[in-house]
Design a protein around this ligand. Sequence first.
Ligand code: H79
Length: 504
Amino acid sequence: MKIYSRNKFVLLAIMIIHFVTPKMVNAQWTGPKDKPRERKELKYGPITPKNRKDNDMNAFRNYGLGQFIHWGVYAIPGNEWQGVSARKGAPASEWIRSWEGPTTPKNWLNIYDNLYKQFNPKDFAPSKWAKQAKDMGAKYMIFTTKHHDGFALWPTKYSTYNISKSPYKKDIVKEVVEAYTAEGIDVFLYFSVLEWNNPNYIDKAIETSEEKKKFKMFLEYTRNQLLELLENYPQIKGFWFDGTWDDSWINSYEFTYNLEKELREKHPGLIIGSRFRNDEFGERHFDSNGDLLGDYEQGWERKLPAKYEWLNGNDWDAVMTIPPNGWGYMKDWSGIYTKTTNDLLDMLMRSVSMDGNLVLNFGPDGNGNMHPEEDKIAKQIGEWMKVNNEAVYGVRHVELPEPKLGYYTQKDSILYLTVFNRPVNNIARISIPNKLTKVPVEAVILGQNQLLKISHSDIGIDLDENNYFDIQIPTEFQSSNPFVIKMKLGKSNYKSQKLMDAKM
Ligand code: H79
């Protein structure tokens, strides 16, 4: 009996290891990654190589800053209904359809599913949005063609729940794609696979033949819509997929593999992130061998990587809200911490210093106006970018000891230090490993024309692996924002003095 129960315990432990471990790996796709020891033979692994070298991916790599726009019928309520806030009942403003609990309005689903009959954004001026994004410094934008509620902002042939049935009628996706493209901003289309009110969508593993039939229709519908989007808007650069975590989709790995191939064949250069599909073992974002599925890591949602090493050299971007959460329009921004312009600039520089892009989200209201706070932030970021954008676009990660004052970025022999923490002694001390021959030889603050004084310091730390270059920040230079020290790297001309050591 005793032995039996011990066996049972061992069995249980094995089961826990077996079933819990893969899930833990899954949950960690935005953290450090362990490479599996043995390589698995995969039929449905990556289709494109790591770090694609074509023009489209090179452009992606150089964007630096992007804009996300979440717009749909959820913009009408703006996270509240008839004065009652959905804050305690819905997980996010664009999720307001799933409002639950004592505050939910009566007949809520019915109200929500009829909101499209009121969707008539009288102030919608896509060229105004595009101009604002351009002034902010965004090089690409991601637009919601269809969120989880299934409402399509383009007149899709494959569902009647679309913009052509609203009083607005016109093709919003077309207007957005054209306006942004005209401003020279690359467009990516957000597309939620899962749909809350589509009778053919099933959010769990398929069991019955009836479910199988329905979901097969749903998959065909998804394929049709995606091909339709590529057909209608050939200017787009990529898709940003969402809502791909349900078992029905996960188990459709053969279909999604073929669909990814088909989309790429139809639209050469198309960029697809890691959220689209999984391998035949259900591994999402990264396959069972730890290789990225798709062209860039698409897991950084409302969070940034803590360590450069976690990224494994993959391309990536991070999408970020200004409020803590909530991507669709949220009328009431009171009582929550909303990120400041400097918070966002910090995130931007942190991202580009680790070879990623930061995509800042905007949620326009039901009339097509941005939230006033979003307008303010866009303007402030734009003003900062006008002076400092060379530290953002086309830069790469810098292999130097991590600076304490802010973030490094680099372009050829130019080194940028974006200072967020100004030192009290006004000396920006740059540590350069002894083995390197290129050191800062010239420095200016972007937006200022004065050359800064640089001196080589030996601070007398024994066995120190670094040399130090002290850049004098002029005391009369004052700034309430981060600022960029631009340095030219060149051959060092300092002479290390051999100082006399005391006999001990
Ligand atoms: O569009 C914005 C959000 O509405 C959307 N993505 C951004 C860009 C988003 N949808 N869901 N989420 C973000 C987070 C979802 C988390 C959960 Fe789940 C879905 C919790 C439970 C179901 C996925 C599956 C995470 C845990 C299990």
